[in-house]
Design a protein around this ligand. Sequence first.
Ligand code: NAD
Length: 418
Amino acid sequence: MEGLMEGSLYRSMLESLNNSAKVIKLNPNVYERLKVPRRALILGVPVKMDDGRVHMFSGYRVQHNQTLGPFKGGLRYHPSVTLSEVAGLAALMTFKNSLLGLPLGGGKGGIQVDPGKLSKNELEHLTRRFTSELNTFIGPDKDIPAPDVGTDSQTMAWMLDTYSLEMGYSNTGVVTGKPVEIGGSLGRDSATGLGVVYIIEKALATMGRKLSGSTLAVQGFGKVGMHAAIEAYALGAKVVGVSDVSGALYNPNGINIGDLVRYTKENKFIKGFPEAEAINNEELLALDVDILAPCALDGVITEENVESIKAQIIVEGANGPMTTAASDYLNKRGCMVVPDILANGGGVVVSYFEWVQDIVWLFWSEEEVRSKLKTIMYRSFDKVWEFASKNKQSMRVSAMAVSLQRLEKAMLLRGQAW
Ligand code: NAD
């Protein structure tokens, strides 16, 4: 498993695990087991491309821990996906699910591919073959994939169909983040972004402040960032900065997010939106705002640019957007950094709701989903805040500590750490 250490995301996950393990004096046997995944699969996935040539894609599925329930985590399509990155993300899912109190373990998958360069036909073949290769390792009681960067509800629909064909019956609980028509949950699309906003509300409340009128900058305008911006705007926040892969926008009076969403539907990217000034992504991160929500990529705030950050609260919508050193620096400066395993947990919470609804075949209204999500996000924030206040630790150390305490109890009860 040494190869896993090659990636910065895995190393930063381990650093975070180590820091919190020391604070709670985690059982050393529990620590040993959590350091590495249970299972890491490397798959060569053949696809007959539209021009007739066969291309082999590298696919991965890492199953980190299933003490609390089946492995659960997204599937990423991106050219820079590596086994190490997927393994780091799988471990983060274990910690996130434990922290949020869900009956789920942690897993993650990925394929090294630029989905924008494949036709729909090629993407479908890639997804179906990958699912087929994984068939015996996934399932509603084993491992439940969901969308992540570069994948969406259509990807999940193909996975569900392939798995069901091979099992001989329709088995909707094998994936979450599916279209509503085939067993998806209402409110899943906006869940991660909405969860980010609930966490922003709680973070502001610790300072005696409200979301309405606060200024916010969001990096990334995809599944997480766009919905975070929509929900925050609806609740009266002033979204002064937004970015995506095409560039960034700034309007000190606040960007009309409804207009921007309509603009991106027509133009794909935010670039060229007329009601804001064009800036670059580094300038967006450095905006003088109350809250910064990095919701795009990992490793965007590092020792190199951390001194330029002015936000008072940073809520990690993306997984691993900040290095541990950058996070420590900001904490010392009095900035509250709410870590990914808490801040972006809304997605997996509603994935959990979807899985439950598929098992019982009883579907909830969107209001019910949103209200149950709010309860879990608020409760999880409170637990972390309480630990942080009592033990004088950062939110990052505290979130991991609260998560590890639950995992430690469960692993000891199950006799997994002797
Ligand atoms: P996505 O592919 O839907 O969106 C990513 C966004 O980031 C896009 O708008 C893209 O243009 C933008 N982007 C790419 N490169 C950029 C750059 N250099 N600068 C600024 N913006 C850039 O992906 P997503 O599902 O929104 O995921 C984003 C992050 O959130 C990932 O780290 C993912 O693991 C994490 N996450 C996603 C979910 C979920 O439910 N989708 C849940 C938890 C965590």
